[in-house]
Design a protein around this ligand. Structure first.
Ligand SMILES: [Zn+2]
Length: 305
């Protein structure tokens, strides 16, 4: 693990981004101005905010456990932020799901000899190529996969990595830190956007609602929940997100049953008043984000009727 102090970033291609917006973002964005902010969540659990999904960290004498890795061009900056917290080896890197704003750094960290851990479906999708993209290089693939759940015993904490119902994708995992009383929820829950159902990667609305309930059940009154994107939240915040998701499901389903096309539903924007309820931090979703959300929900719900 001596190689960890330095990352050889020759000409790392910005590749393998998932959903349309992320694809465009990854290909066009200049990451040079991105600054990584470190937030302490509880005890020795932190998250890093940069561009892309929140990077969870458990630090301590046993080494660093890392959750998600944003975009490839940010690997070096993430590493610098991690090194400011700990000089111990990064033992493992967990992917909460397959999307490129959470797995984009996999190849860089994999080449450092860090074991990548993910649900079986995440590895399978990365291996064959996400959204018709090229297969991921071998170094970017998880070397440890699981079907239901696995436990890690590190830094005095008991860490559960568990499969969630098919919600945002078909490989969503939560990471629960028992002692620190923290859950990293991945993109099933976020405070900066609508619920994201990626039907192309196995996501469903029904599973999203089940997953949000599972997170509520798993959390205690004081549990801190790290969202895939956004700010640390509580069980009540996840419960509210679930209530609003059910309301969106109800309204869009009703319009589908009335025979409306996806274009008509987008034009009607039946969930306009929910936008600010879903997005509790950051700017309110723009027209494009709203259109993407309504289209994804429409298509998913049509298949779920
Ligand atoms: Zn995602």
């Amino acid at each position: 693990m001596q190689t960890q102090s330095k990352l050889a970033l020759c000409s790392v291609p910005v590749a393998l981004f998932a959903a349309g917006s992320v694809l465009a973002q990854g290909q066009q964005q200049d990451f040079s101005a991105v600054q990584i902010k470190t937030h302490q969540v509880a005890g020795n659990v932190y998250y890093l905010e940069g561009q892309g999904g929140n990077v969870g960290l458990l630090v301590g004498d046993d080494g660093v456990l890392m959750i998600d890795d944003q975009f490839a061009p940010l690997s070096e900056k993430l590493l610098t932020a991690i090194r400011a917290l700990s000089d111990k080896p990064i033992r493992m890197l967990i992917n909460t799901h397959v999307h490129g704003d959470h797995t984009g750094g996999n190849e860089n960290f994999g080449k450092m000899g860090i074991d990548i851990v993910a649900h079986d479906n995440v590895r399978a999708r990365l291996a064959r190529g996400v959204n018709n993209g090229p297969p991921s290089p071998a170094a970017a693939l998880p070397v440890v996969t699981f079907g239901d759940r696995m436990m890690l015993h590190l830094n005095g904490d008991t860490v559960t990595i568990g499969k969630l119902p098919t919600a945002h994708t078909d490989g969503d995992s939560f990471i629960h830190f028992a002692k620190a009383d923290v859950i990293h929820a991945g993109d099933v829950f976020r405070t900066t956007g609508y619920p994201g159902v990626d039907g192309n990667n196995g996501g469903t609305v029904k599973g999203t609602i089940e997953t949000l309930q599972a997170l509520v059940d798993m959390a205690g009154p004081n549990t801190k929940i790290i969202p895939g994107h956004g700010v640390v939240s509580t069980r009540d915040d996840v419960a509210a997100f679930r209530t609003n998701t059910i309301e969106a499901q109800r309204r869009i389903t009703e319009l589908i049953k009335q025979g409306m096309t996806v274009e008509q539903v987008v034009a009607a924007n039946p969930t306009a008043d929910l936008a600010r309820k879903f997005v509790t931090s950051g700017p309110v979703p723009d027209e494009m984000a709203t259109q993407r959300f309504l289209t994804a929900f429409y298509n998913a719900l049509k298949g779920e009727l």
